[in-house]
Design a protein around this ligand. Structure first.
Ligand code: ADP
Ligand code: TRP
Length: 329
């Protein structure tokens, strides 16, 4: 069995918000590499439900979405014997660590956060929690002394901010925190959604990982395309249908679609049908496991409870060291 006890190796840590059903951007930008990395070091992955409170205010929905992120990871291949899977809210001590970081961090750093600015520009209310979001995220990363944070490209700035906050604390007091690096999946930096913008739960432009039947068809057929006539040649690189197809099709299939677009006489409707078929097949086995897990909430709870114990033990060590460093012991 792998070695979550052995601290000689790289520790990976990442989180995903329980703010909606997970989508292809989450999978290809983050979850896929999370699952691959569980073979290569210690892996800690959590459901960022404290962060999700910045957008979800319905308690029933929060509970259901939190469980669903866990099921999604398990269905897609997370092995709870190798990786630690837990709920962020099972580690309430994080807020103490976040406060320590907040007291050494300048407002200017947070004011530069793209994600905050984008969300406010999209109409999400500018609450204090949304502004403070990167501080809590830094606490998540630093609490487990992780070295590598695998995330989608949109989260890189948050990891850089975490490095800044770790540096402020380490310089003000003493070296308590490990400096983390980010790791982006080079093949899928940012996956576009059905409207061509970044696919995101907060933007209503997602294709859900476990959508099937009519729902999947509706999302795929609803992808916005330009009005180039069927006969005309089209540039595959700039169209969303092709970009999504490239994540799930084989290299030969991708080449065939690219050639067809370039040659002309190949319409978006035909490409969408090909995408629909590939997507449906690609996720079919995981979808079946997900359906099984829906019937087995006790198992999912048990995995999360075990994960919480392990995560809490790690975070506890860091938080005690941080308390000592600033004279609160
Ligand atoms: P969302 O933007 O849908 O709320 P999260 O912010 O919870 O998703 O992101 C969870 C993880 O998925 C992060 O590592 C994020 O970078 C990644 N991710 C989200 N959307 C995309 C996307 N469209 N392309 C690539 N990665 C993404
Ligand atoms: N902010 C991340 C996102 O929206 C989720 C997250 C919270 C996270 N804490 C984290 C990711 C710590 C990596 C590490 O995607």
């Amino acid at each position: 069995m792998t070695t979550i006890q052995n601290r000689q190796q790289t520790r990976f840590l990442s989180g995903i918000q329980s703010s909606g059903k997970l989508h292809l951007g989450n999978y290809f930008g983050a979850i896929k590499q999370h699952i691959e990395l569980q073979e290569q070091g210690d892996a800690f992955y959590f459901i960022a439900n404290y962060h999700a409170l910045t957008t979800v205010n319905d308690p029933e929905r929060m509970r259901e979405l939190t469980l669903d992120v866990a099921r999604t990871y398990l269905a897609l291949g997370l092995d709870p014997e190798r990786a630690v899977l837990f709920r962020q809210s099972d580690i309430p001590e994080l807020h103490e660590l976040a406060w320590f970081l907040a007291t050494v961090t300048g407002m200017g750093l947070l004011e530069r956060a793209h994600s905050y600015k984008d969300k406010v520009a999209r109409g999400i209310p500018a609450k204090v929690g949304l502004f403070y979001y990167p501080v809590l995220m830094a606490a998540d990363i630093l609490a487990y002394q992780s070295n590598v944070v695998p995330v989608g490209a949109d989260q890189v700035q948050h990891v850089e901010m975490t490095r800044d906050m770790a540096g402020y604390f380490n310089n003000t007091y003493r070296e308590v925190f490990t400096m983390p690096d980010f790791k982006v999946n080079e093949a899928t930096k940012t996956l576009p959604g059905t409207d061509g913008q970044k696919m995101s739960k907060s933007y209503g432009n997602t294709i859900e990982i476990f959508a099937d039947g009519k729902e999947l068809k509706k999302s795929v057929m609803g992808i916005v395309t330009d009005s180039t006539p069927v006969e005309d040649p089209k540039d595959p690189e700039t169209n969303v249908v092709f970009q999504l197809y490239s994540t799930v099709a084989s290299p030969e299939e991708i080449q065939t679609m690219a050639d067809a677009f370039r040659a002309g006489g190949y319409g978006y409707g035909t490409a969408k049908k090909a995408l629909l078929e590939r997507l449906d097949a690609y996720f079919a086995p995981a979808r079946a496991r997900h359906a099984e897990l829906v019937k087995n909430p006790d198992y999912v709870e048990q995995v999360l409870a075990r994960g919480a114990l392990r995560a809490r033990e790690e975070a506890g060590k860091t938080i005690s060291a941080a308390r000592r460093a600033c004279g609160l012991d």
